[in-house]
Ligand binder design. Sequence first.
Ligand SMILES: [Zn+2]
Length: 406
Amino acid sequence: MSKVRKKNIIRRNLILRALLDEERLSLTDLKNKTGISLPVVTSIVSSLEKEKFVTEVDVKDENRGAGRPPLIYQLNGQAGYVLGIDIGRSTTDYVVLDLAQNIIHQDRRESVNLNSKDISVIDDLFDEVQDVIKNAAVKYKSVLGIGISIPGIIQGPKGLSQTYFNFSDESLEELLKKKFNKSVNIEHDAKAMALGELWFGQAKGKQNVLCINIGWGLGLGMILNGKIFYGSDYYAGEFGHLQVVRDGNLCYCGKQGCLETYASGKAMARIAREKIEAGAQTIITNEVNDIEKIDAKVVFESANKGDTFSIEILEEAAGHLGFGLSQIINILNPEMIIFGGKIATVNDFIINNIRAAALKYSMTQINKNIKFVVSDLGTIAGAMGAAMLEFRELFEVEHLNPKAYV
Ligand SMILES: [Zn+2]
């Protein structure tokens, strides 16, 4: 991309961002907010108007006093839409947002077969997307881009997925771009959740926040100095593989004693099955006949109903999780820890137990100001963050390295 073109995109994004943040601005306001000269602001706004991304606000009816009022501009929310998808092992969340970042549609469906080695699973995802877009009453051609959050080992900025949908040498992102004929960005699930929290949730405006994604697995998205932290090969945050028990349970990664083998949804389900097989008493057996069908959701639901057996499983998992977290707290000194994920029933009970262990094992000076909260975006944090991967192209300049061009 030429230097001039990049500079123009940076200026355009700064103007779009100012309109997103402030809603209504005159050309002079835009000049003052962005530091871009008035003639350039005027020219960019005029081309954004032609693209229908920006419209003039009708101020005729508003009493603005004597004299000719300045023209006021705003984003045109209906100019385009972004689809955010969060693919989990069993369910997938979809959100459709308009250009002004309002949620206009959301849906939760059964996931396509993540374990499929057959590339036709991409066609299945394409069909699901067409159906979601149709239900959102949006035309496919007005979808500006699709952001997708995927579990497993992912190098988001490279568009590579190693655990799932890994069919050929071609990156998954390229494959999806061809199939969808749109801009597509993929991201690791916990990092997508962190991105959602940073833009729409409780991490907004915060600098150092840990986002813990409790689902089938266990993920960590780190916001450090106000940005998602990736590490040099984009693998940072493998919290689930932190060793919490020396020579403990064997993990699928090949190591022993990984946190994920004690505190993930998958681990809690396994522990429940083992204990029930050994004769433990629980209301779970009244509700689920087939022991193989016991999953983390049932354990959470039973705990919420007061089942001592399930509460004890959660307590134990929370203890391990809090211990693991204490190690990260000592290193990173976060201001907030947000808990979320597809186990929608993450409740105060488990958070209080995690908090107690995290505080017990981390340094008092470092932990005294940390806020422990449950995500208020709930199960759509990942899908919202995935949508942000696309909005970033329009509203953010960071990824364009502005210092080199402005
Ligand atoms: Zn492991």
